[in-house]
Design a protein around this ligand. Structure first.
Ligand SMILES: [Zn+2]
Length: 385
């Protein structure tokens, strides 16, 4: 596919992006008005698939009347909101007259079911698990959480052809052995321990191959492939097993993008391109080897900051070392703050960072430890975040 469509999305993104969502801390009450205002509109059919443990409504928005059914859900982990924001951008896109040709194509060929924010109780306190501290994404078989049960029941009811399972991953994954962060990572989940490829799973792979090629134009070498180890209780694996071509998208990190607003835009680009590719059936021309050659994600190869070549004093010794620093989110009483913590000290030549500072053998006299606050050292080196 040419890049005309993706270029056009980016060109007009600021016209249709959802302006009431500007950071990662989206709550159920943030999205309810954005859903309610669509209740009597002509573009979406709004309904409910169930309620969370704390009785928040799990909304469903249906778009289009085509034969191919696509199910999209986001934020089954409460602190993974990037795709939820992207979904509300997409709702605006689907109502924006600039894109009437694409809307006609998608709505005639596909029916898209959106379940934004499957874990509103977790989102309320910015935590991964639901209110009972169960990981919904390990509840696909036991189905003890009302959130997971509602999703699986709905999935079995409509039997989607494609499903998009949307998450965030830590920003410290790199795209293979590169020094670059994995801005997005993709997975065509396995449905058995042997990781068998049937037509349905191959279609997941082919679609990802198409998305990867498109994305390389904008974020070259910054796409990763997630491990396909089979986890029977995970939703992606369980839905794939039902014969639905399932695609996991993990939102990672980008430079100077603490609130992940650039990564959100890349989600919009990916999902809309996926809808169009499905509507046109062009994923069928793709080769699964183009999926398999996407580099695997490498965990914990990145720091927020690496200070290179600092001189440390320990009793009578002087040592030269690098210091790896990461920013940790602290959520307390609905207030979000962050702390810079030292996570590694030593030879970090084989690691990379969003920001590297060369200390040029500058000497620091205070004692530092793993886990200690890095704010003072960063100040000494004139680092401003
Ligand atoms: Zn997740």
């Amino acid at each position: 596919m040419s890049n005309n469509f993706s270029d056009k999305i980016l060109e007009h993104y600021s016209d249709f992006s959802e302006k009431s969502i500007l950071n990662r801390f989206i709550k159920h009450r943030t999205i309810v008005p954005l859903i309610k205002k669509r209740t009597n509109g002509e573009v979406f059919e709004v309904s409910e698939i169930g309620h969370s443990l704390e009785n928040r409504i799990l909304y469903l928005l249906k778009y289009g009347n085509g034969k191919t059914k696509i199910l999209v859900w986001s934020q089954m982990h409460g602190d993974e909101p990037t795709a939820t924001a992207a979904i509300f951008d997409i709702f605006n896109f689907l109502e924006n007259s600039v894109f009437s040709a694409e809307q006609k194509l998608i709505s005639e060929k596909c029916t898209v079911y959106f379940v934004p924010m499957l874990n509103p109780d977790g989102a309320e306190v910015f935590k991964r698990r639901n209110a009972a501290d169960i990981d919904i994404n390990r509840d696909a078989l036991a189905l003890q959480t009302p959130e997971g049960k509602s999703l699986m029941q709905f999935c079995k009811q409509i039997k989607p052809d494609f499903a998009f399972n949307l998450h965030d991953q830590e920003i410290y994954y790199s795209a293979g052995d590169t020094k670059y962060p994995a801005v997005l990572s993709f997975l065509a989940p396995a449905f058995d321990p042997q990781k068998t490829c049937n037509t349905s799973r191959e279609n997941s792979m082919k679609l990802i191959a198409a998305l990867n090629r498109m994305l390389q134009n904008y974020i070259p070498n910054r796409i990763g492939r997630y491990s396909d180890d089979y986890i029977p209780s995970a939703f992606g694996d369980a839905v794939q097993k039902c014969g639905t071509s399932t695609i996991l998208i993990e939102s990672g990190g980008f430079y100077n993008d603490t609130e992940k607003q650039f990564v959100r835009k890349m989600n919009v680009l990916s999902l809309l391109t996926a809808f169009k590719t499905i509507a046109l059936n062009t994923f069928d021309d793709e080769n699964i080897n183009d999926y398999l050659s996407i580099p695997l994600n490498k965990k914990n190869k990145l720091f927020d900051v690496i200070i290179k070549n600092i001189t440390l004093k320990f009793n009578d010794f002087t040592l030269t070392a690098d210091i790896g620093i990461r920013q940790k989110m602290i959520v307390f009483d609905n207030l979000n703050s962050s702390k810079w913590l030292i996570e590694d000290i030593g030879d970090l030549k084989n690691f990379n960072a969003y920001t590297e500072i060369d200390a040029n053998s500058q000497f620091i006299s205070q004692k530092i430890n793993i886990g200690s606050d890095a704010t003072d050292i960063l100040q000494i080196l004139n680092f401003s975040s």
